[in-house]
Design a binder for this molecule. Sequence first.
Ligand code: COI
Length: 354
Amino acid sequence: MTDTLQIDIHPIEKSRIDTIDFDNLIFGRSFSDHMLSVDYQNGEWQTPQIIPFGDITFSPAMMSLHYGQAIFEGMKAYKSESGEILVFRPEENWKRLNKSAERMCMPAVTEEIFMEGLSELLRLDSAWIPAKEGCSMYIRPFMFSTDGYVGVSPSKGYKFMIFTCPVGAYYTKPIRVRVETKYIRAAHGGVGFSKNAGNYGASLYPTKLATDAGYDQIIWTDASEHQYVEEAGTMNLLFVIDGKLVTAPTGDTILDGVTRKSVIQVARDFGMEVEERQLSIKELTEGITSGRVQEAFGAGTAAVIAPIATIGFDGVDYELPAQSANSFSRRVFTEIDNIKTGKIADTRGWVMTI
Ligand code: COI
């Protein structure tokens, strides 16, 4: 990567930062002053622009609105004690964005545009990166088709954008999740591995049914038998069973989560055995009852590490033991958080310093 990319910067006249209550950040409701915007036209990416965060205009026939050519990523940035901007594993997100792009017939974003656009944006809005414990700067890169055309085919024009939000916790307490056995998220050959907007749109109805019943989230099961754990609506799922870390293998139905792979790496570094294998709902529920399942938690950029308190299945609520200081989920959270915030050495090369 060279540092030669031209980026046109149009700074805001007056920052909105004074209007933000940094002590009461709600996830995803506050947006920093600027955003990155890059158009893809005539087969190539145009000069990236950094402009004030704000509304954009488009044709009512814009194809992404009709046929769902829209993909996104989620990343986080932190400020170290010495004031450096630290971004957690952005290369993984860049690679995954391009995997999603390929599946959705969209152009790849160059590493230069992604990394330099991101770095410049974060530099400009560095005052927005929260310093408070448990808070961070959530980064949302996304791409969508922009042609106004009603035929079903890949668009010729696209827009790649990044905006950022200072955020607090996504989940503020251990969550209640319900096993979904009617609706599906992804089938083999589909788009489950890609981070396309439609995957999340399709999750809303079954999630609403679960939240109406008093749960926070759902556990998706496999599309053919509804027997095996896949992932939750907002994160991957991991379990500690008989002292081993167990999680569903990524394939074409499961998102290859950056936090998931970081948790697996840290578990191995802690000397813990990791099993990436199918986990049946039967094994899970029987294991909670017998005590073999010691922990269940979600892992994602937004959710970070989200301990699960209850798993509902077939009208029964299975209660997990409360998280303790010694729980793996607590220890892995602390390890990853310390790396992200620069409190311990980044021996795995996970942090990009700006
Ligand atoms: C993330 O964790 O960054 C995600 O994209 C999940 C999102 C649905 C909040």
